[in-house]
Design a protein around this ligand. Structure first.
Ligand code: DGI
Ligand code: FE
Ligand code: FE
Ligand code: FE
Length: 187
């Protein structure tokens, strides 16, 4: 499928604001793919589809978790944690995506994971720093990613976890695993 077809398919499934965010993620992911020698088409596809499940019905998503034998710990966390893994399911079963790297980038874009691929890192960071994101420190992350992708991933993960702790939210185990993996690698 071409970009315009993907965009036409996702547009009716989300509010305008989320669609604009998605375009921002797409442009940022393609730009990072150029910088880091990643496949631009894969970055584009993963970015366009990454939030496809964000507004899907929770009960339906939990049924997918059950039927597809996804991580049972996903149950009860709501759309914030379900939409990555279920988004990958939709990308595969509805859009016919077979590239595991693209599917994993969508699957793990919220939490990260141990041993992320270059494409996974690109989508993870692009999601956080796309032009429509406005939070304290976002400009520093944008500069950092031009110099070092791994350090940018690490900074993004630490930013998200610090925010979750500050706002007294539970942290999903994969997010912690990802953080620990990054800290082990840090020099
Ligand atoms: O879908 P987006 O808003 O573009 O961004 P996202 O998929 O990266 O994150 C969605 C939300 O999930 C965001 O508000 C942060 C939150 N989140 C990320 N990791 C965790 C988490 N929430 C909880 N409770 N626990 C986590 O580990
Ligand atoms: Fe998301
Ligand atoms: Fe994210
Ligand atoms: Fe997103």
């Amino acid at each position: 499928m071409e970009r315009e077809q993907y965009l036409a398919a996702i547009k009716p499934r989300m509010p305008e604001k989320r669609y604009i965010h998605t375009i921002g993620v797409m442009e940022t992911a393609i730009e990072l793919a150029k910088v880091y020698g990643e496949d631009e088409r894969k970055a584009e596809t993963a970015a366009i589809l990454h939030d496809i499940a964000k507004y899907a019905d929770i009960a339906w998503m939990e049924k997918i978790v059950h039927d597809e034998k996804l991580d049972p710990r996903l149950i009860g966390w709501g759309s914030e944690l379900l939409h990555g893994p279920v988004g990958a399911y939709i990308a595969e079963h509805e859009f016919g995506i077979v590239d595991e790297d693209v599917l994993n980038a969508i699957r793990f874009h919220t939490t990260g994971r141990v041993d992320m691929s270059r494409l996974e890192k690109i989508l993870f960071v692009a999601d956080m720093i796309e032009p429509n994101r406005h939070f304290d420190g976002v400009e520093r992350l944008r500069k950092k990613v031009q110099k070092n992708l791994d350090k940018a991933v690490s900074a993004c993960v630490r930013h998200t976890l610090a925010f979750l702790i500050d706002t007294k939210q539970a942290i999903y185990p994969l997010s912690i695993d990802c953080y620990n993996d990054l800290m082990k690698r840090e020099d």
